[in-house]
Design a protein around this ligand. Sequence first.
Ligand SMILES: [Zn+2]
Length: 105
Amino acid sequence: MYCEHCNRLVYKPKCPGCGSRDLRLPASEDFCLLTEQEQLWTQAMRDILLDNGIDFRERDLYGMGQVKRTGIPQRVRFFVRYRDYEKAKELQEAFFSASFELNME
Ligand SMILES: [Zn+2]
């Protein structure tokens, strides 16, 4: 199911983000929370999504006002359309497991 308040897919009777039970089936155009990343990874995440032609939005956790004050947001949430969600998740997981292996060397 899908929570309109948080733009996220929910697999429980209520949304873990806001506690809402006002959930509906996701539509293919809905933006869904894909991942939350450290600033360090956001450029890589953008590149992966762009390279694969996936439409996405990003939002820092503190809102635009905070970005202007501090310069750089610390953590960024990425949203992709529901129709691209499975593909985007696979790309993300492939990327991060590859990065992890590199770090282990
Ligand atoms: Zn919610």
